[in-house]
Design a protein around this ligand. Structure first.
Ligand code: URP
Ligand code: ZN
Ligand code: ZN
Ligand code: ZN
Length: 485
């Protein structure tokens, strides 16, 4: 066979181990793996480099209006470029239904937005209005085109669908084999805290963290899990920020709940002290759930190692620190009027590699699992997330020795700040391929607008969940995790 491309001499990293070898690519697919492959129209010398599956980012808000109508600074072009520079070959942002909207129209809007992407993309469908025709007609139609994950909110007045709404969606998801993602924070606890703080005139950015206590997350996670158990449905808890929340998830996973979870780099790298920066600087660090403390960081790392979390994803929510984003309602407004979220799609993997693998907190195999392989299983990306013959040639080639300082410019996004500005990192993706095409080559963009393709996904694979009582799907094997913690 003549290969279109051969990646030669790299350390190929999978969830099972690391070995030196060559990869032959043909027609966008991985066609051969061997100690040595001759020829190839194009050869990439990967000596001294790590070759792994391209990242799959599954928590990103791209070209998405917040519930209060603020548009993200990144669209599918800039968002996908930033993702690609950060070692990702594909992503699954959200397509968001606002109240009153028809899901078919929502997806048509996102199809137009997505068509600019340089990496392959799919959507998770956010549902804020689970009325009858949405449940009976529109969700099944979305599912039929391979949108096999829905997302719901237990907080934010304009998004929160209540426990009954959640049960309705979980039931439809269960019927079709879809998984429901949930943002779990108790809305009434947060609103009550907001009133207590407002009555005392405490409205600076730092009070945002105080308004969303750990208890609000823990109560909502527990409730979401019980609702999912009642409906016998699969649940994915997004952006877990507390030790208590992680412990509930861990316990329920081993009680048989069909339960997955993720955490995000910001909860491992920043603390609520970052909200105390002078003036309105703190607004840049407002996200929900809020940043916590260093003790929580250690606990979250522990749960990453144990496999409680199947992924570490960015929750890229790019609102600029100007009048288009954070300060749309004014430059000196109380925290409830400031858009929630921070950017990070370009740094998720470089940061996790540096702090996790180089920092000795996780193995390279765990890094591969957390960045793509687990995610591909959970969200039904059947042709992505593994280096194996027949899979899409979605590959990232990393220089594990690179040393550099984080700058805004290096993010290649449309933001005016990066929360990790000035951090010293080690190891970075150098060359990234999507379906065999080089899209980033040694720090240079090679992609053209719109070369990414939409991909439909398979139903959730429940055998792959942590705690699943199926021998051939031992989580220690499938998630590359160390069960001894
Ligand atoms: O603060 C965050 N995470 N903003 C993005 C919207 C959401 O909560 O998912
Ligand atoms: Zn090549
Ligand atoms: Zn959220
Ligand atoms: Zn989010």
């Amino acid at each position: 066979m003549t290969f279109d491309c051969v990646i030669h001499g790299g350390q190929i990293a999978t969830t099972e181990g690391v070995s030196t070898g060559d990869i032959g690519i043909k027609d966008g697919k991985i066609a051969a793996l061997a100690d040595k492959i001759e020829g190839g129209e194009h050869r990439i010398d990967a000596g001294g480099r790590i070759v792994m599956p391209g990242g799959i980012e599954t928590h990103a808000h791209i070209a998405q209006e917040s519930s209060s109508g603020v548009m993200t600074a990144d669209d599918y072009l800039s968002g996908s470029i930033s993702a690609a520079f950060g070692g990702n070959s594909s992503f699954i942002p959200f397509a968001a239904q606002q109240r009153g909207e028809n899901v078919d129209d929502v997806l048509a809007t996102y199809d137009a937005r997505g068509s600019r992407s340089v990496i392959d993309y799919s959507y998770h469908l956010i549902i804020s209005d689970p009325r009858e025709e949405v449940l009976t007609d529109q969700l099944p139609r979305a599912f039929a085109r391979g949108i096999t994950s829905f997302k719901v909110f237990m907080t934010y007045d304009l998004m929160n669908i209540g426990d009954g709404g959640m049960l309705d969606i979980l039931t439809v998801a269960r019927k079709h084999g879809a998984i429901t993602m949930v943002h779990a924070e108790n809305n009434d606890m947060v609103k009550w805290m907001n009133r207590q703080l407002a009555d005392r005139g405490l409205t600076a950015p730092r009070y945002h963290a105080i308004s969303r206590p750990e208890l609000a997350e823990q109560e909502a996670i527990n409730r979401a899990v019980q609702l999912a158990k009642l409906a016998d449905a699969a649940l994915f808890v997004v952006h877990v920020s507390t030790e208590g929340g992680a412990e509930i998830i861990r316990r329920e996973q081993f009680n048989g709940a069909k339960l997955f979870a993720e955490t995000c780099p910001q909860y491992l790298s920043l603390t609520r002290n970052d909200l105390d920066r002078p003036g309105m600087e703190g607004a840049k660090y407002i996200c929900s759930p809020p940043l916590r403390d260093t003790q929580t960081q250690e606990a979250l790392w522990h749960h990453i190692r144990m496999g409680t979390f199947v992924g570490v994803h960015s929750d890229h929510a790019p609102y600029r620190a100007d009048a288009t984003g954070k300060f749309l309602n004014g430059s000196d407004v109380p925290y409830p009027k400031i858009a929630n979220g921070m950017p990070g799609i370009g740094l998720r993997l470089p940061w996790l590699f540096s702090e996790g693998v180089v920092g000795g907190r996780i193995t390279l195999e765990q890094f591969v699992a957390l960045s793509s392989t687990n995610t591909a299983k959970v969200f039904g990306c059947t042709t992505k997330g593994r280096i194996a013959p027949g899979m899409d040639a979605d590959i990232a080639i990393w220089d594990p020795e690179a040393r550099y300082t984080v700058t805004l410019e290096d993010q290649h996004d449309n933001m005016d700040y990066t929360p990790l500005d000035g951090r010293e990192l080690r190891g970075r993706p150098e060359t990234v391929l999507t379906r065999g095409e080089v899209i980033v080559d040694k720090g240079e963009l090679k992609a053209t607008e719109g070369q990414g393709r939409f991909f439909g996904r398979a139903p959730v694979d429940l055998r792959a969940r942590p705690g699943a009582p199926v021998k051939e799907f031992d989580p220690a094997q499938n998630f590359g995790t160390d069960l001894r913690g």
